[in-house]
Write a new protein. Structure first.
Length: 335
């Protein structure tokens, strides 16, 4: 049985506004990522994907606050750790993060090698500059980045080069879990393919042991991840293998995501495009029942009144709906 690199149990985190309003952007989320595996997280903007990514690192800055649950990395529970301890012993070494707009994450006044020196010295103060340069050179060579990149300023690099450089820096300390938050957004198709290949190579070469890939493009995850988790309004609404979620979604929201984008994969390219009506709920005052009820064409009166839990199916698959799998599939078949 594969070793579990990351296990999250009922994690809940919230934003507290200046008016002391609680916004639960991550609501009782549980997940598991094994060594050598990758998990995709998909959903619309504002569904909680990036907040979950930040929460998983156990490093909170107001207005984001930890509420409850456990985050266990390679058997070590980091929930409730002091921020300084998390920064020194967890971030970069145990879990690393590629942020959205990673192209803008580099200090424009520093050469790439100086940025790398700062990162490594924050965790390994005894390492010499010569050793750091050699380590960086070898890593960049493995990932197809020319050695000359180390002596350049960010402004001298293209968007794709910046993105790949940030990814390389993120794995300098060989983290056990890498979180990639929409790493291919704002890139042209060719560069997207290059970035995705780079992430796959990181897994194959064991420079990282597991990965979480976040995107709003659900079909993209089919080519990148082993399993997929779909989020809506801070909750998991469906999870399963990439094959299951992309080609055989159960939850109406997951099917809506698949139906709202052009997909080149065989068997999906001829599917008629449809839009999900409405907008996500206001989490300052969330609805009492199903969070997706107001947008769902299969809604029933009880959906708006009953709390809805995940239905666990065989093989680790699950979805959040009061309707049975048979009822949902019949509804889809009848249009």
């Amino acid at each position: 049985m594969a070793k579990v690199m990351l296990e999250v149990k009922e994690l809940t985190t919230k934003y507290i506004t200046r008016f002391q309003e609680n916004i639960y952007a991550v609501d009782h989320v549980s997940l598991k990522v094994e060594e050598g595996k990758s998990l995709g997280i998909a959903g619309e903007s504002g569904c909680g994907k990036s907040t979950l990514a930040l929460s998983l690192m156990g490093y909170y800055f107001p207005p984001l606050h930890y509420t409850s649950g456990e985050i266990i990395i390679d058997g070590r529970n980091i929930s409730g750790m002091e921020p300084d301890d998390v920064r020194k012993s967890i971030l970069g070494k145990e879990i690393a993060y590629i942020p959205q707009s990673a192209m803008n994450a580099l200090n424009p006044t520093q050469k790439i090698i100086h940025f790398i020196e700062d990162v490594i010295h924050a965790h390994e103060s005894h390492v010499t500059k010569k050793e750091i340069y050699e380590r960086a050179r070898k890593l960049f060579e493995i990932l197809g980045l020319p050695e000359s990149t180390l002596q350049k300023y960010p402004v001298e690099l293209s968007g794709g080069m910046k993105q790949r450089t940030v990814i390389a820096i993120s794995v300098l300390l060989s983290p056990k879990v890498l979180i990639a938050d929409e790493p291919s957004s704002a890139l042209d198709v060719t560069t997207q393919k290059m970035v995705i290949k780079m992430l796959r190579d990181l897994m194959e070469k064991k420079l990282i042991k597991s990965m979480i890939f976040i995107t709003h493009e659900l079909p993209l995850l089919y080519n990148v991840t082993d399993d997929i988790m779909v989020m809506y309004a801070g909750q998991i609404v469906e999870k399963g293998t990439a094959e299951q979620v992309v080609f055989d979604s159960i939850h109406p929201y997951a099917r809506g995501l698949m139906g709202s984008i052009i997909v080149p994969e065989q068997g999906l390219r001829d599917v008629k495009l449809t839009a999900i009506p409405g907008v996500p709920p206001n989490l300052k005052n969330p609805p009492a029942g199903c969070q997706f009820a107001e947008r769902c064409q299969y809604v029933r009166p009880e959906c708006k009144a009953m709390s809805v839990n995940l239905r666990e199916l065989k093989g680790g698959r699950a979805y959040r709906c009061i309707l049975s799998e048979e009822e949902l599939r019949e509804a889809y078949q009848n249009g």
